[in-house]
Design a protein around this ligand. Structure first.
Ligand code: PHE
Length: 336
């Protein structure tokens, strides 16, 4: 009877695909039991039609569910066997991610300075006036503040997005005694028009070295070591410049051309390229940060990671670095 069939279907079990298929044919096949019952339907007396119909439908659902359930159990089993049993099966391809070019270059810079004893320091991106400006010899109304195109938060002039990671150096000096050798990587913000060459945020690595008797020669030698490590054998030149927090100050250019070991990466343009600012820390800055300028001296430098990344990887537009276009980012898969 129908009821017996339902009971049989519900307790049915099988551990081969053949057995499941035989079961399926028996119940759901063209000449299977269900079709036979459906054919009988017209002979059933009217008053029993309703109950009969419901029971066949119940049987049909039970049989269909059982077949699906057993099939998927068998599939999982055979997949597991495939993975653990057949060692000649080819592996699944692994999707490897890529490091962002900014991270690649930042890590290179950190590595180079860590070899000569610099540690890494970090600080907040939302800063106050003291750490971003005043401690760095930029009092209120100092004209050089305009150079920085600062983003202020709402209307409070004491809450701003840092314009350089020199703010981290201030924090570091406030909390550590010399000798100090630290580099401060991080994101900085400036209210500049966005173009292929500049953005309203970018990344810096600033460096600070403070000890007794630190001289300008120490600065030059450190910079020459750094550019040689990063660009290969390279020429640098220092041009006199001005920063409120250093005296004397200089702009560092690196020669990008055929003599540079890295010239194979160069597709266009040769000549002197500005890569960073530097100078001897102004004694006022040391005193502002609790370091006795009669006892200690030091140098500082700061560079933009983004532009160096453009240079090293021949990227034509700085905006590519923040647009998250996978076609661009995936090109860095092999660069660690
Ligand atoms: N803070 C400067 C800037 O953001 C860079 C700099 C750092 C210059 C240290 C000199 C010394 O442009």
């Amino acid at each position: 009877t129908l009821k017996e069939h339902i009971a049989e279907v519900e307790k049915f079990t099988a551990d081969t695909t053949e057995a499941v298929e035989a079961f399926r044919i028996k119940y759901l096949g063209k000449k299977g039991l269900l079709n036979q019952f459906f054919a009988e339907f017209k002979n059933v007396p009217n008053e029993q039609k309703k109950e009969f119909g419901q029971t066949i439908n119940h049987l049909k659902t039970a049989a269909t569910d059982k077949v699906n359930e057993l099939k998927s159990a068998l599939e999982t089993q055979s997949e597991e066997k495939g993975i653990f049993g057949d060692l000649t099966r080819p592996g699944e391809p692994l999707e490897l991610g890529a490091r962002h070019p900014i991270s690649i270059v930042k890590n290179q810079i950190i590595e180079i300075f860590s070899r000569i004893g610099f540690n890494v320091s970090e600080g907040p991106e939302i800063e106050d006036d003291w750490h971003n400006f005043t401690a760095l010899n930029l009092p209120e109304y100092h004209p050089a503040r305009d150079m920085q195109d600062t983003f202020f938060i709402q209307t409070d002039p004491d809450v701003l997005l840092r314009t350089h990671t020199s703010s981290v150096q201030v924090r570091y000096m406030e909390n550590n005694k010399p000798p100090i050798r630290t580099i401060s990587p991080g994101r900085v913000y400036r209210n500049e028009a966005i173009s292929a060459r500049s953005h309203c945020f970018f990344h810096q690595v600033e460096g600070l070295y403070i000890d007794k008797d630190v001289s300008f020669a120490d600065l030059k030698q450190t910079l020459q070591y750094f550019t040689t490590e990063l660009f290969g054998k390279s020429k640098i030149r220092l041009r006199p410049s001005y920063f409120p927090f250093t005296e004397p100050s200089a702009e560092v250019d690196v020669y990008w051309g055929l003599e540079t070991e890295t010239d194979y990466r160069m597709t266009k343009g040769t000549g002197w390229l500005e890569i960073m600012g530097c100078g001897m820390v102004d004694p006022n800055v040391l005193d502002n940060c609790g370091i006795d300028s009669k006892e200690y001296s030091g140098f500082a430098f700061g560079m933009g990671i983004d532009r160096i990344a453009l240079l090293l990887h021949q990227i034509s537009d700085i905006r590519l670095l923040s647009e998250n276009d996978l076609r661009f980012l995936e090109q860095f898969k092999s660069a660690l």
